[in-house]
Design a protein around this ligand. Structure first.
Ligand code: AR6
Length: 173
């Protein structure tokens, strides 16, 4: 099951939230900064033990002071015009994050709009990839999973809602 909400991902009462990180996993601005502030310094301490993370891959930590039990850190691709594997790497962020959440037995997971801030990925294109990739990946999971697309701006929420409506109308399903 998928839904869209607008707001701050650090406040959500889901079991796991995804962090749009960078490959160092040592924090930054945007949603990464907000997650580290809300989780407290223990999060950075755990991240320091992880040895970074490749773009398109994901690593899991505890959530510390967050309502979420887990944080899944995934470095999205930097947008460089669209001809450098950006779409495939962004899709991989969503797939790997879902896999890690499922491995921990989480039944709810929230994503921010990965790569659409500092990394410059066009928001509408990113929303399409997010919704289509999650929809496909959910089919392969053994148990139920609620996926929340947590969008900071109304515009981003509208893009996700639009693609969600589109895939839900898919006559093949
Ligand atoms: N809750 C939900 N979404 C948010 C929040 C929040 N609290 N704050 C921002 N967003 P960005 P990126 C949205 O720049 O593009 C960091 O420095 C934001 O509006 O956070 O993947 C990392 O360390 C946008 O739609 O991540 C990396 O160096 C989306 O989250 C780099 O930025 C992603 O924007 C990653 O860049």
């Amino acid at each position: 099951m998928m839904k869209v909400v607008q707001g701050d991902i650090t406040t959500l009462g889901v079991e796991a939230i995804v962090n749009a990180a960078n490959t160092t996993l040592l924090g930054g601005g945007g949603v990464d900064g907000a997650i580290h502030r809300a989780a407290g310094p223990e999060l950075l301490a755990e991240c320091r033990t992880l040895g970074g993370c490749a773009t398109g891959d994901a690593k899991l930590t505890k959530g510390y002071r967050l309502p979420a039990k887990w944080v899944i850190h995934t470095p999205g691709p930097v947008w460089r015009g669209g001809e450098h594997g950006e779409a495939e790497r962004l899709a991989s962020c969503y797939r790997r994050s879902l896999e890690l959440a499922a491995e921990k037995g989480a039944k709810s997971l929230a994503f921010p709009a990965i790569s659409t801030g500092v990394y410059g990925f066009p928001a509408e294109k990113a929303a399409k990839i997010a919704v289509q990739t999650v929809r496909e990946a959910l089919k392969g999971l053994a148990g139920p999973m609620e996926v929340v697309f947590c969008c900071f701006s109304q515009k981003s929420a509208d893009f996700h809602q639009k693609w969600l409506a589109e895939v839900e109308q898919d006559p093949a399903e």
